[in-house]
Design a protein around this ligand. Sequence first.
Ligand code: GLC
Length: 545
Amino acid sequence: MTQHLAAPAAPTTGTHTGWWRDAVIYQVYPRSFADGNGDGMGDLEGVRSRLPYLKELGVDAVWLSPFYASPQADAGYDVADYRAIDPMFGTLHDADAMIREAHALGLRIIVDLVPNHCSDRHDWFRQALREGSGSRLRERFHFRPGKGENGELPPNDWESIFGGPAWTRVADGEWYLHLFAPEQPDFNWEHPAVQDEFRSILRFWLDLGADGFRVDVAHGLVKAPGLPDIGAKDQLKLLGNDVMPFFDQDGVHEIYRSWRRILDEYEGERVLVAEAWTPTVERTARYVRPDEMHQAFNFQYLTADWDAASLREVIDGSLAAMRPVGAPTTWVLSNHDVTRHVTRFANPAGLGTQLREQGDPELGLRRARAATLLMLALPGSAYVYQGEELGLPDVTDLPDEVRQDPSFFRAAGQDGFRDGCRVPIPWSGTEAPYGFGTGGSWLPQPASWAGLSVAAQTGDPDSTLELYRAALRLRRAHPELGAGDAVEWLDAPEGVLAFRRGGFVCTANTTGTPVRIPAPGTVLLASTPPTDGTLAADSTVWWQV
Ligand code: GLC
């Protein structure tokens, strides 16, 4: 084994092999977590200073969304330099300090890697533009002449995920491909220089001590040969159902195999996590075959309604899909791209993940707490998005002038309302910015968040924060809650899920009415306590049997 470690090795607590198999991983969205220098924008110093909070919360690892040098056209998912920290987030020294301190606390750090595209300010792209048509540097991206008499039409009919054509024309008449914003040109992954560069970037962060990578748009790197037309409009609607010529192409897997070989050279079980939106869990399972990545996000679970039958179907389907490849299933309810699940569950089912209405917030919170206990009793690894432990709702009434999500400005984009889940989280105090920092917050926080701050909830046994703390404590004390790859279902009335996990039983009443069941044991933890053998509406209970 090659010895590469510059920073202290990954934590020694919980070093059972496969730590990631049942890990609870907390997503930090750096701009909105904690502001260390008072400029209204979260930063790495803010993250470092709050690591003890995360340790106490009881998570195993922290995944940070990008903090690299970036013009922030897509909140850092447009990277200009993969080896530098954006000054608004701090310095490499801060990153190093954060990683070391996390390790000292026994927390692992997963960084975000954005390999599908870079920023239009990345050196390679700037040079490619400067050198003009025919330049070898353009081969590292997808430059093409246009169609039409004077090349005035895009080279093919692909649409950007953020709305509008996936091509932008440059001054000399050529077009370049960007699956996302025009400021995010797609790399050409057929090019050896691109492949070499990313292998080197992986090593850079592994050498700095990163415990793994969340791989952004992992399904997008390879495009179908010849970049064929799709032949349909409104392509976003096809995304969930069809294999597109720019997503989930077989060629991506060879890339991850080569990355896995690099990670395996390092000590400490470093991991790769795929953000791969594929049509089915079976397609997702291909990313986590034994010689590829370790985990993939389970977006089928994230988009499931709060309904016993749908949940059971997705739970069974996810476990069955992962079992043959031996990878753990993952579970996730929220992230920085979708409406927070409190608000999703507060609205009628089937409206998708970009909501603009508060719905019934009390109902949403009740279901969200229940959904969390359900998720944390399932075998595999679970993701928690910052602020969900506070029961934060989405902010659905941000004025247009404060919005920053690029897809909001590109009509028809699927994700136009992502700012609502990115509002800086409340830590303490009765007025904004609620301890987020000393210099305001880059998006305005609602007045109602005073009662939802970490300080306001700490010590209140009925609070959502204490529910998360208790659940994570129990999960640590009883590893069987997250272990294995199967769920033993028990008979239950309609609308109720009941299953055994080692010495525990979990019941989830997804109906809006109380349901009587014979108590399976003594109550260990409940999102809403049962009374006299009756499960409360929209509640999950962990029972010791
Ligand atoms: C991923 C990120 C999202 C970003 C997009 C483009 O889906 O999660 O925030 O806008 O990729 O990088």
